[in-house]
Design a protein around this ligand. Structure first.
Ligand SMILES: [Zn+2]
Length: 672
C-alpha cells in the first residue's frame, strides 16, 4: 500500500465489488470445469482465486512445469467473464522438494521435525524452500502477467497458519543474524534479555538458540524476540515474492491474513502488498458471531489504513476444522457478507467454489455444495451475487470511525508469556469485551497500533496494555494532553519493549497520565471476586480475575470496593476500582479489575461522555460507509426506525419512518 498516500487509487476501486472464491480445478476433470464456469456465471461470480495449492500440479518435478491445464481453465473462465486472482502456489511445497532436502520441513518447539502430508510443511528460513518458491513465482508471473483475465496476484496463503514459529537450525542461524541487527553487540542483548538472571549471560551470538523446550520457563525476552523474529521471517517470504512479481508485473499484490491471528503482526507488514485481504471464519455456534466477524473486518480495515480491502475467504456455511462445526442459518451468510461490505470490503469471496470430494477439507462448505446447484447454499450464493451487483457504488466509499481500540501484537505476545501473576488474562478476550461494548452502542471503531496517529479519535480504549514502551507512553500522553479521552485497564504499563519492569510503581510510564499508583496486585481465582459501586450509587457490581492496591495521585475515584476487609489479606478490596484523571485538555480513565458487561458499558459511556440510546435491538448492526447506511438484523424480527426518507439499494424501495426487519434482513440505505 505504499502507493496509497500519494493519491494513487486503491487497486480495489474501479471494478465494483468482487464476488467469487477459491477454485481448485486440479481436483476435477475437464467436464466439471465447464460446468463450474457456467454455474459461476449464473451466480454472477466475477473473480476466483486459482492455484493456491497447485505447486505439485504445476511443477511436477524440479524445473519441469505443466501449465497447459491452467491455461485451459483460465481461458474457460474468462470466456464466462470470470477473472482470476492468480496464486503464486507456494503455500504448500511438493513432495519432490522435501525429498531433495528434508530440512525444508519445519521443527516444532519440542524439537520434532514435522512430516510431509498435510500442508504448509516448510520452514520459512529454509534456503531450499526460498529458492524453489522464487523460481516457481518467476515462472508463473512471466507466463501469466499478460493474460487478459488476470486481476491480481495472491501470494502464498494464510502465512503462519500452521507453522507460525519454526525452531530448526536454519531458523536458529537466521535468529542470530536478526538479533545482531536488532542489538548490534552481545552486551546490548545481554542487557535487553536480562541475561544476568539464572546465569544466562552470552559471550557471543553463536551461543544463542531459539527458545526451544527447556527445563522450565525460557527467558521471557528471548521468547518475545522469537515471536518478533518469526513474524519477520514470514514477512520476508511475502517481500521476496512481491519483489519477484514487481520485477515483471504491475498487477496488484495481496496475501490473505487471518484477522486476530497471533503469529503475524499485520501492522508491521503494512506496505508489503498493494491491498489487504482477510480470511474470516467466526464460529456460528458463538453467542454473537456477527460481532466476532465485525471485529475481524474492522481490524482488517485498520491494517489497510482505512482503505477498501477484500474478504478473500469465508465459509458459505460450516467449516470442518472445529470439534463441532456449526452451520450458518438461512440468510446468515448473506448478513455476515454484507457486514463485511459495510465495514470496507470491496468484495466477498469464499473458500471454496466447489466442495471437494476428497482430502482434508471435503466437509468444509462450498458455494457449490456436494448436493449441487439445486441446494439452499447455491441459491443463497446466487442471491448474494445479485445483491453485490446492486452495491457497486459502495466501492468508492470509506468508513470513518471516531473511536479506536489499541491492538498491539507485541503486547499480545508479551502479556501471554509464562511466569506471570496469572495465566488467566487473555488479550483477545479483553479486546473483544470492549469491542462488544462499542458494538452494543452502535459505534464503529478502528484498531490502532502504537505507531498510529491517535489525534483523529474522540476516544481511545487500551485494554491490558502490559507492554508500553516510552514512545507509546509519550504518544498516549500527548493524545490526552491534546484533548483526547483514554481508557486503560489493570495490568497496564508494566514493562517496556524488552519486557523489563518499569520501576517506581505501576502503570510505569503512564502513572502521571492516569494519575494513579499501583503498588501491588493480587490475581483472583476463578469464582472469586469482590463487590464495588460507583461513588453515590447503591448498585453493586462485581470485580473478578484481578485486584490491586491502587491509590489516586491526581485522579478522582469514580468507583470503589464495598468490602471493608478486602478481597484477601492485602485488603486491596478497600481501594478504588475506577479512576478518572484530568490531564491537559483531556481525560484518562483507569479500570482496576475485570468487570461484567453492564459495568463495562457504564465505563465506556463515561469515556465517550455520552449516554447511548439505541434505535433498535443490539442485534441490529448499523454501520455507515460514506453516504450509505447498512442495517443488518442478526437477531429476531424487530422494528427499525429511520430518521428520514431513504432508498434501500437492495430492494429498490423508498422507506419512511419505520420498517420491520425479519431475521438476517439487510438494508443498504441512501438518501433520496
Ligand atoms: Zn526453521
Amino acid at each position: 500500500m505504499a502507493s496509497f498516500g500519494d493519491g494513487t487509487l486503491n487497486p480495489l476501486i474501479g471494478d465494483g465489488l468482487y464476488f467469487g472464491g477459491d477454485y481448485n480445478p486440479e481436483q476435477w476433470d475437464r467436464e466439471t470445469w465447464v460446468e463450474d464456469a457456467d454455474l459461476m456465471r449464473k451466480a454472477r461470480v466475477n473473480l476466483v482465486s486459482v492455484g493456491i495449492f497447485s505447486w505439485s500440479r504445476i511443477e511436477t518435478s524440479e524445473g519441469k512445469y505443466d501449465f497447459e491445464w491452467l491455461d485451459e481453465v483460465l481461458n474457460l473462465l474468462l470466456d464466462r467473464g470470470v477473472y482470476v486472482d492468480l496464486a503464486t502456489a507456494t503455500a504448500s511445497p511438493p513432495a519432490w522438494l522435501i525429498k531433495s532436502d528434508p530440512t525444508v520441513l519445519p521443527v516444532d518447539h519440542d524439537g520434532r521435525r514435522l512430516s510431509f502430508g498435510a500442508r504448509q510443511t516448510y520452514c520459512p528460513n529454509s534456503e531450499s524452500f526460498r529458492s524453489a518458491a522464487s523460481r516457481l513465482v518467476e515462472e508463473l508471473v512471466i507466463r501469466y502477467n499478460d493474460f487478459p483475465g488476470l486481476k491480481m496476484w495472491h501470494v502464498s496463503n494464510e502465512y503462519g497458519c500452521h507453522v507460525s514459529r519454526c525452531y530448526c537450525d536454519n531458523c536458529a542461524a537466521k535468529f542470530r543474524l536478526w538479533l545482531q541487527k536488532r542489538y548490534g553487540g552481545i552486551e546490548a542483548l545481554n542487557h535487553a534479555w536480562g541475561s544476568a538472571f539464572w546465569s544466562q549471560l552470552y559471550g557471543g551470538f553463536d551461543e544463542i538458540n531459539p527458545p526451544r523446550i527447556a527445563p522450565t520457563f525460557a527467558n521471557p525476552t528471548q521468547q518475545l524476540d522469537y515471536y518478533r523474529f518469526a513474524s519477520d521471517s514470514l514477512r520476508e517470504l511475502y517481500e521476496m515474492e512481491a519483489a519477484i512479481i514487481r520485477g515483471h508485473s504491475d498487477k496488484p499484490i495481496t496475501t490473505n491474513y487471518m484477522g486476530f491471528f497471533k503469529g503475524v503482526d499485520q501492522f508491521a507488514w503494512r506496505g508489503v502488498g498493494d491491498f489487504v485481504s482477510l480470511d474470516s471464519y467466526p464460529d456460528p455456534h458463538a453467542a454473537q458471531v456477527h460481532v466476532d466477524a465485525a471485529a475481524g473486518y474492522d481490524l482488517t480495515r485498520s491494517v489497510a489504513e482505512g482503505e477498501p480491502w477484500l474478504l478473500m475467504e469465508q465459509a458459505p456455511s460450516a467449516v470442518n476444522w472445529r470439534g463441532i462445526n456449526g452451520v450458518k442459518k438461512p440468510g446468515q451468510m448473506r448478513a455476515l457478507s454484507l457486514s463485511a461490505v459495510a465495514r470496507g470490503a470491496n468484495g466477498v469471496m469464499f473458500f471454496q467454489w466447489r466442495a471437494a470430494k476428497a482430502g482434508a477439507e471435503k466437509f468444509h462448505s462450498a458455494m457449490l455444495p456436494h448436493a449441487g446447484a439445486e441446494s439452499r447454499i447455491y441459491k443463497e450464493v446466487q442471491q448474494l451475487g445479485d445483491d453485490l451487483t446492486k452495491l457497486s457504488g459502495v466501492a468508492s466509499a470509506k468508513v470513518s470511525a471516531s473511536v479506536a481500540i489499541v491492538f498491539d501484537w507485541n503486547n499480545w505476545w508479551a502479556i501471554e508469556l509464562d511466569s506471570h501473576p496469572t495465566d488467566h488474562i487473555f488479550y483477545l478476550l479483553s479486546i473483544r469485551k470492549f469491542y462488544g461494548s462499542l458494538q452494543r452502542m452502535g459505534i464503529t471503531c478502528d484498531f490502532v497500533s502504537p505507531k498510529d496517529d491517535l489525534s483523529k479519535y474522540k476516544a481511545v480504549v487500551a485494554p491490558n496494555l502490559y507492554l508500553c514502551d516510552r514512545d507509546f507512553a509519550k504518544s498516549l500522553t500527548s493524545y490526552v494532553d491534546g484533548g483526547g479521552a483514554l481508557l486503560g485497564t489493570y495490568f497496564t504499563g508494566i514493562v517496556d519493549q524488552n519486557d523489563h519492569v518499569v520501576l517506581g510503581g505501576y502503570p510505569g510510564y503512564l502513572r502521571d497520565l492516569f494519575g494513579v499508583l499501583v503498588e501491588e496486585f493480587a490475581p483472583l481465582r476463578p469464582g472469586d471476586g469482590f463487590d464495588f459501586s460507583l461513588v453515590n450509587s447503591p448498585t453493586i457490581h462485581r470485580g473478578t480475575l484481578w485486584s490491586e492496591v491502587v491509590s489516586p495521585t491526581t485522579a478522582s475515584v469514580l468507583a470503589k470496593s464495598n468490602d471493608e476487609v478486602g478481597v484477601d489479606s492485602l485488603g486491596v478490596g478497600q481501594g478504588g476500582v475506577l479512576f478518572e484523571n484530568s490531564f491537559g485538555r483531556g481525560r484518562a480513565l483507569y479500570l482496576a479489575t475485570e468487570v461484567e458487561d453492564d459495568f463495562l458499558d457504564i465505563v465506556v459511556e463515561r469515556l465517550l461522555g455520552d449516554k447511548f440510546e439505541r434505535s433498535a435491538s443490539e442485534e441490529v448492526e448499523v454501520v455507515e460507509r460514506g453516504q450509505y447506511t447498512f442495517v443488518i438484523n442478526h437477531g429476531v424480527e424487530v422494528d427499525f426506525s429511520l430518521n428520514h426518507r431513504q432508498r434501500d439499494l437492495l430492494s429498490g424501495r423508498v422507506l419512511e419512518e419505520a420498517v420491520s426487519l425479519k431475521p438476517y434482513d439487510v438494508l443498504v440505505l441512501e438518501d433520496v
